[in-house]
Every structure is written in C-alpha cells, then in structure tokens.
Design a protein around this ligand. Structure first.
Ligand SMILES: [Fe+2]
Ligand SMILES: [Fe+2]
Length: 168
C-alpha cells in the first residue's frame, strides 16, 4: 500500500515544485514498498531525490530573498541529516528504524508541503511588485503583533520566532 497518495491537496500551483513533489511521493512510496534487501538502495534513491529537491528550493529562496528562508532551509537540512543517519543504522542491521522513517516521512511531507512549501510557491508566483507588497503587509502585521505583545508585557522577540527549535 502506498505510504502517501498524490492528491489535489498536495498541488501548490507552481509547476516546478509540483513536478518535484510528484517525484518525492514516488520515491517515498518506492521506499515503503522496498523489501529488506532493497531498503538501502531505496533510501539512497530517496536521499538523492531529496538532496536535489531541497537544494533547488533553497537556491530559489536565496535568489528571490524569500523572507522565512532560514527556517525552511534548516528543516530541509534536518530531514536530510536524519535520512543519512537512518541509512547508516539500516546498514548496521536496524531495518525497523528505516521502516519507521519511511512511515513518518509521509505526514512530515504533508505538513511541510502544506505550510513552508505553500508559502514558497505563493512567493515564487508573485512578481517583484507583488513580493514588495507581500513583504510590506507582513512587516506591518508583525509590527502590530509586536506592539500588542509589548502592551501585554510579553517578550515580543521570543514570541516572534518561528517556533520550537528555530534559532533565528
Ligand atoms: Fe518541497
Ligand atoms: Fe521545502
């Protein structure tokens, strides 16, 4: 059974990202279907895909000065590092860890595509004027939120970080 079915819910409306994400789902399902003997090869293929997939998004974030690039790039790096660690564990005989990773990657991707990648696709589909306007509105909203937090006596800088584990 497929770990993740492609569906309209995963379509972002940015053709390069959508094509890459279809390939991600194929590689993930191949990982889910792999038997013990072919698990490392399927992991290698998945890692090879993810390396290219994430590097392409990272490069496009940098090229367009995507504001929340920091957290997005960090999440890509964390997932790739985890996959490489698990690959070594599978080679060392811990097959079940590879199975757990494959199962967990499906909900991770659904969440990632629905949040960070959705924002990136929206940003990439804007022209320069649209990006400037989106940035202006976002900065205005952040300033309003900071002011409201300071008025309530909250630590605005801490509260405005991207979430647990974010270092920026
Ligand atoms: Fe992606
Ligand atoms: Fe991404």
């Amino acid at each position: 059974m497929a770990l993740l079915e492609w569906s309209d819910a995963l379509v972002l409306g940015e053709s390069r990202m959508d094509d890459t994400h279809r390939e991600f789902v194929d590689c993930l399902n191949a990982l889910g279907d792999a038997d013990d003997a072919s698990l490392v090869a399927a992991l290698d293929r998945f890692i090879e895909h993810s390396d290219t997939h994430f590097a392409d998004e990272n490069a496009r974030m940098e090229a367009t000065a995507f504001p929340p690039a920091h957290c997005h790039v960090t999440e890509h790096a964390n997932v790739l590092n985890l996959c490489r660690e698990v690959r070594q564990m599978v080679i060392d005989g811990k097959i079940e860890v590879g199975r757990v990773l494959a199962r967990e990657l499906a909900p991770w991707f659904t969440q990632h595509a629905g949040s960070m990648d959705t924002m990136l696709a929206y940003w990439l589909n804007l022209d320069d004027a649209g990006r400037s306007e989106a940035l202006r509105i976002s900065q205005e909203k952040q300033a309003e939120m900071r002011a409201a937090m300071v008025a309530r006596g909250e630590e605005a800088e801490t509260a405005m970080s991207c979430g647990p584990g974010c270092a920026h």
